[in-house]
Design a protein around this ligand. Sequence first.
Ligand SMILES: Cc1cc2nc3c(=O)[nH]c(=O)nc-3n(C[C@H](O)[C@H](O)[C@H](O)COP(=O)(O)OP(=O)(O)OC[C@H]3O[C@@H](n4cnc5c(N)ncnc54)[C@H](O)[C@@H]3O)c2cc1C
Length: 249
Amino acid sequence: MSERIGIIGGGIVGIALARAIAQRGLGEVTVFEKEDRLASHQTGHNSGVVHAGLYYAAGSLKAQLCTAGRTALRDYCLQKHLPYREVGKLVVAVDESELPALAEIEKRSRANGVPDLARINDVARLHDIEPHVAGVAAVHSPHTAVVDFAAITEAMAQDVRRAGGTVLLGQEVVTMEVEGATVRVGTPGSEHRFERADAGEAKAARTRGQPGAFGTRGCQTGVSRTRPLARRAAMTLRPPTLAMRARKP
Ligand SMILES: Cc1cc2nc3c(=O)[nH]c(=O)nc-3n(C[C@H](O)[C@H](O)[C@H](O)COP(=O)(O)OP(=O)(O)OC[C@H]3O[C@@H](n4cnc5c(N)ncnc54)[C@H](O)[C@@H]3O)c2cc1C
């Protein structure tokens, strides 16, 4: 039988994770979202910018993921006919004192391969791009884009459903209990059972008389155990996004 995987939080992170799991056939995924619609918190209230990788340290994982994510997101929006507007971005030095910082951003941007990056020292040229800008120099990233992350989340949720997953709205996870190999997730009025990712390991540890193995890996970040190492550990939640039966770290 297919594994059941639970994800708490229907923002872009939870839904994208659910989509990846469902489409890869890694398990039977269920997303719990407490609100009546997806993306109603941070995802639906951010600046909508698809960052081009201007600021991250060269070679860092953030820089790599930003570059890969930008391409993936652009392709996804094109494929789904979702808005993807390459309005570009200007990072401006408002006076001479900000030139060293601007030079550092330019250096990082080039190291990160931000496409078609241009340094602008000519104020007239700056005003051609943005008439209302005030500054002495700028770095221009023409391919920085804006999107509608709420629409993207909805589209990805459709992908989850099409791949056989379930997205539950108005289902706030209020309790989580680990009992042996089982994780019981409670929402007001319903209970859902999942098996712990490390169930086999937990069983082996129990055989060795090590109750401490319980609860350490079955649930990922966002959970704090109120009774550590207990055989039946009550849990309090600190979402945003939490995956049960996730891959072992
Ligand atoms: C001011 C600002 C601007 C930003 N601008 C950008 C930008 O331009 N571009 C960009 O890429 N990123 C931007 N970000 C970052 C981006 O918005 C976040 O990284 C992203 O939205 C996080 O998504 P999430 O799914 O983790 O969180 P959320 O969107 O907050 O989703 C968490 C979900 O969990 C649900 N939830 C919480 N508790 C429970 C529970 N107990 N049971 C069930 N559901 C629960 C909530 O209802 C919510 O829907 C910005 C961030 C900020 C703060």
